[in-house]
Design a protein around this ligand. Structure first.
Ligand SMILES: [Zn+2]
Length: 301
């Protein structure tokens, strides 16, 4: 399976900030070790051009990000210290989703080993998210006349507030977010369809809710593409989540989303989103299982 990645962009960060981003390199190694991807099937994502990012984000915000002029409040909200390497990496992560979305249109399903940065909105960058890759990819597909209508299935444990701000009002996009109730972000921007799950929600209940809302979202119909944010953080051991899914349950979630969307004939672009297990290898297990589910449905040409 061909995938897009940006993990070679190593950069100096203090240890307490390294964790959320360290999973990418480990995931690459795991996918090779498990035979999901050959070494030659990893493609470096190009950085998203600044002009393209202005289709999604306020130019003033982009200027502050580019020049390292985020306010103290903005830095704190972002949760990562600014550096030129962080910005480069985030642009490549977003660029990977653009390429994966194009590949999904071509072959049916494709994956970016990054992205899912759903807390980035038009005028804010927060929760480890600098740029909203899904909104960027959709704007790129629209510019190219490749797709107009999109379904966003956000299964990260945190509500997709940035995506909701950017695409909720868009009549040609439908934003669906399943997440822990009373979890970050505490001030929500409503999606088209939000599902607040109680703390401790486990596999069966989660999968039933997901199945139900996928049907609802698909009833709106007519989509040209779907984006699936396969967050690893609904796992029961995640430090930043409140749900209680098992790894098996998360893999069944991936299969359910992929089979349901593909069953409707929809191209699916899969992105990683969050994952904050105390031992990063657990997060990598979950993302690797998602990649294996994607690979099982991919015909590489
Ligand atoms: Zn998350």
């Amino acid at each position: 399976m061909h995938v897009w990645a940006h993990d070679h962009w190593s950069f100096p960060l203090p240890p307490q900030h390294r964790y959320p981003l360290s999973k990418h390199r480990l995931l690459r190694e795991r996918l090779i070790a498990e035979g999901v991807c050959l070494p030659g099937e990893f493609h470096d994502a190009d950085p998203a051009p600044w002009w393209a990012l202005t289709r999604v984000h306020e130019p003033a915000l982009l200027g502050r990000i580019r020049r390292g002029e985020l306010s103290v409040r903005e830095q704190r909200g972002l949760g990562l210290p600014w550096s030129p390497e962080l910005v480069e990496r985030a642009r490549r992560s977003a660029g990977g989703t653009v390429l994966a979305a194009r590949e999904a249109l071509r072959i049916g399903v494709a994956m970016n080993l990054g992205g899912g940065t759903h807390h980035a909105g038009r005028d804010f960058a927060r929760g480890y998210c600098l740029f909203n890759d899904v909104a960027l990819a959709l704007s790129s597909l629209r510019d190219g006349g490749l797709a107009q209508r999109a379904l966003i299935v956000d299964c990260d444990v945190h509500q997709g507030d940035g995506t909701a701000q950017l695409l909720g009002p868009d009549p040609l996009a439908f934003t669906l977010s399943l997440h822990g109730a009373r979890n970050y972000p505490f001030q929500r921007i409503p999606s088209d369809l939000d599902v607040d799950l109680l703390a401790g929600t486990a596999d069966a209940e989660y999968l039933a809710a997901l199945d139900d809302v996928l049907s609802t979202a698909l009833r709106h119909g007519g989509y040209d593409i779907a984006f699936y944010l396969a967050g690893a953080d609904p796992w029961r051991g995640d430090r930043l989540g409140t749900l209680a899914l098992s790894k098996t349950g998360l893999r069944r979630r991936d299969a359910l989303v992929l089979d349901t969307l593909r069953g409707e004939g929809l191209p699916v672009c899969v992105v990683l989103a969050g994952g904050y297990a105390p031992d990063v290898r657990d997060t990598v297990d979950i993302h690797a299982a998602t990649a294996a589910e994607v690979a099982a449905r991919t015909v590489t040409t």
